[in-house]
Design a protein around this ligand. Structure first.
Ligand SMILES: CC(C)(COP(=O)(O)OP(=O)(O)OC[C@H]1O[C@@H](n2cnc3c(N)ncnc32)[C@H](O)[C@@H]1OP(=O)(O)O)[C@@H](O)C(=O)NCCC(=O)NCCS
Length: 118
């Protein structure tokens, strides 16, 4: 975990290849934007959800109070994992095919429900 202008986490496979990265790009002292990328063949295994959970905890520890994410309205998967990992999230009205997710870290954070590992 590094904090300069971002908080970032990577997931590595057993051979040490990086298969996923999640970041909160700081856009102020107490706010940042979430970006996530999981390699195609590693998707659907809970890695994206774990990254969101851990980034919420690390962000809160770093004094961040709000995380935002710009999400295409068509990206149903990321909507679902954000909604599941961040029950406190609110989604804006769609604008030009994009919604903004606003995740407040001032209350309890983390997922209310985590699928069992395969
Ligand atoms: C969006 C993205 C980050 C999700 O990552 P992911 O690792 O596939 O996410 P998860 O595995 O945590 O969750 C995906 C699904 O797998 C399910 N899942 C999680 N753990 C599981 C497990 N152990 N076994 C089976 N299924 C599981 C989740 O319940 C979820 O199901 P749903 O789609 O029906 O809700 C990934 O698809 C991605 O990189 N997309 C391209 C970039 C992008 O859109 N980034 C978002 C912009 S912020």
């Amino acid at each position: 975990m590094t904090r300069t202008d971002h908080l970032s986490l990577v997931a590595e496979a057993q051979d040490r290849d990086v298969v996923a990265v999640g970041s909160v790009l700081l856009d102020g002292k107490t706010s940042g934007e979430l970006v996530l990328l999981v390699e195609d063949r590693w998707q659907g295994k809970g890695i994206g959800s774990q990254l969101i959970d851990r980034l919420q905890i690390a962000s809160e520890a770093a004094g961040i109070t709000t995380i935002t994410a710009q999400v295409l309205t068509t990206n149903v998967r990321v909507h679902r994992i954000i909604a599941r990992a961040c029950p406190q999230v609110t989604f804006s009205t769609p604008d030009c095919g994009v919604v903004e997710a606003v995740i407040s870290l001032t209350g309890p954070v983390g997922s209310a429900h985590r699928p069992a590992a395969a």
